[in-house]
Design a binder for this molecule. Structure first.
Ligand code: ZN
Length: 287
């Protein structure tokens, strides 16, 4: 909660407008005069930190009320280090399926602990003061979870290979436009709540989620975890689209022609000029 207090001391801008308005509307019905504070969590497994002999990776928190320019710059301190999550692979569990299940359960237990204050604060609100001195009754609500694809599937409890957001079939992920319905968050919560009963595993399977013990989102007010998943820009856009495009075009026109065309591009401010071409580069990120 102190993290949210600190971040709120700046202006309010609107992003992800649809989510914001519908949540504001839902809150307004329950408790008029509420201000929505969209909580954005992100974790990055590639940033492992070592503490003596234990390794862990960071979870950051920011809020949607901060302008994007501040949020994305580490120097502006728009992101607050919220916690470190354990990276243990639980190698003492020899059964692979059991190990995978336990890793998921452990992740959700840890994040449940982190988001626990949001349950009450989301419903009752907390008084926050913005930079201009005005106090508002703010409702911090988990709005986005930023992570790469494996983390998205860990967070949503979806099966690997599926879409974290919608119900499209594995073999139809490439279809555009996508006509599949959004995943049903209510159904997922109901399924997760069957834990301890015989129906648990089957209800989870019907909801197309893995049977995870108490997913961290099961009691979060106004949260829809499936709608809170954001695109993984690095892997899905830069690497996914660019890598594919470059490989495809190189095959079509040949490496020499590809490099000749890249060399021919006029120099431009803020853009790197690859005077030797790009086909010999081992990694092209797209940026
Ligand atoms: Zn989808």
């Amino acid at each position: 909660m102190p993290a949210i207090f600190a971040l709120f001391l700046s202006d309010i801008t609107l992003t992800r407008k649809n989510w914001w308005w519908s949540t504001q509307e839902a809150l307004e019905k329950e408790t008029p005069g509420a201000t929505v504070v969209p909580v954005i969590l992100s974790s990055d497994k590639t940033q492992v930190t070592l503490f003596r002999n234990k390794s862990a990776y960071p979870v950051y928190l920011t809020i949607g009320n901060l302008p994007k320019e501040i949020r994305r710059k580490p120097s502006q301190q728009g992101q607050i280090l919220l916690a470190y999550l354990p990276t243990t692979k639980l190698e003492h569990i020899t059964n692979k399926a059991a190990r995978r299940r336990t890793v998921s359960n452990l992740f959700h237990a840890c994040v449940s602990h982190l988001v626990a204050p949001l349950k009450r604060a989301g419903i009752e609100g907390i008084v926050l003061q913005s930079g201009d001195g005005i106090q508002r009754r703010c409702h911090p609500i988990l709005a986005a979870y930023v992570g790469d694809y494996p983390e998205q599937m860990l967070v949503t409890c979806g099966y690997y290979g599926n879409c974290p957001v919608c119900m499209t079939k594995r073999d139809r992920l490439g279809e555009y436009p996508c006509r599949a319905a959004f995943r049903d968050f209510g159904q997922a919560v109901n399924a997760a709540k069957q834990i301890g009963k015989d129906e648990w595993v089957e209800s989870c399977s019907n909801a197309n989620i893995r049977p995870v013990q108490h997913p961290f989102w099961e009691d979060l007010p106004y949260t829809d975890i499936f709608r809170s998943i954001t695109p993984d820009i690095l892997h899905q856009l830069y690497q996914g689209v660019m890598k594919h495009l470059i490989a495809w075009l190189t095959k079509v026109i040949g490496a020499d022609e590809m490099d000749a065309r890249v060399r021919r591009l006029p120099a431009n401010h803020g853009m790197r000029h690859f005077h030797k071409g790009i086909t010999t580069l081992s990694r092209v990120s797209g940026a």
